[in-house]
Design a binder for this molecule. Sequence first.
Ligand SMILES: Cc1cc2nc3c(=O)[nH]c(=O)nc-3n(C[C@H](O)[C@H](O)[C@H](O)COP(=O)(O)O)c2cc1C
Length: 220
Amino acid sequence: MQVVGINSSPRKNGNTDLLLSSVLKGASDGGCETVHIDLSSYEIEYCKACDTCYRTGTCVLMDEFPDVHDVILESDGIVLGSPNYINNVTARMKTLLDRMADTVHCQRLIGKYAAAVSTAGGSGAADVADYLNHSLFIMGASIVGSVGVNLSEGGEVLQKGVDRSYQLGEMLADAICKKTEYPDQQEKHAAMLERMKQLVSQRKDDWTYEYKYFVEKKWL
Ligand SMILES: Cc1cc2nc3c(=O)[nH]c(=O)nc-3n(C[C@H](O)[C@H](O)[C@H](O)COP(=O)(O)O)c2cc1C
């Protein structure tokens, strides 16, 4: 059982990383191996929308995206962390997600579990965490939960967020271990897979790699 945590703040050991590391600690104490990735240590370029990954399964850009993507694919649990930057995820996180359109089409995160954390100076942390989880959800992952901390709420809010993040990590490990099923999510995942089947079969002459992938999975 492996859980990867991906921090998209440029501030290593910053507020978001405090939450992310706490999720990983909870997952580790729950019996998982953990991998911590700071996106700021990787060179990842913008998606060029060339569609080559749909046709061949590989990206034309020669950068460090595969180093991160491979760890995601080999993990049972994925935790994304982003501070709120202008009411959204950081550009680094969005750049990573944009590179994963083929991961969405091929529903590569089916069977994996996911969680998200965010911090904000003022407000909006929960919305950012929800967006991160929704991105993982449309790739096929089952969502275990999220923690969003608005630092403006003062007091012990960050420490409370660290504690909740630890519990989220334990829940994540438990879900991976027990292969927990979430009927509401499964229904939506089934609908998403149907949509992707339609899309990939409509485009089968262009998106030859993805069509072959679906046939090999016996989805088409
Ligand atoms: C470029 C930038 C944009 C930000 N935009 C917002 C924002 O829209 N709303 C907000 O509440 N906080 C905003 N913040 C504050 C951060 O979300 C907050 O300080 C966060 O905890 C930083 O996390 P970190 O320590 O992991 O980097 C912004 C910070 C930066 C540097």
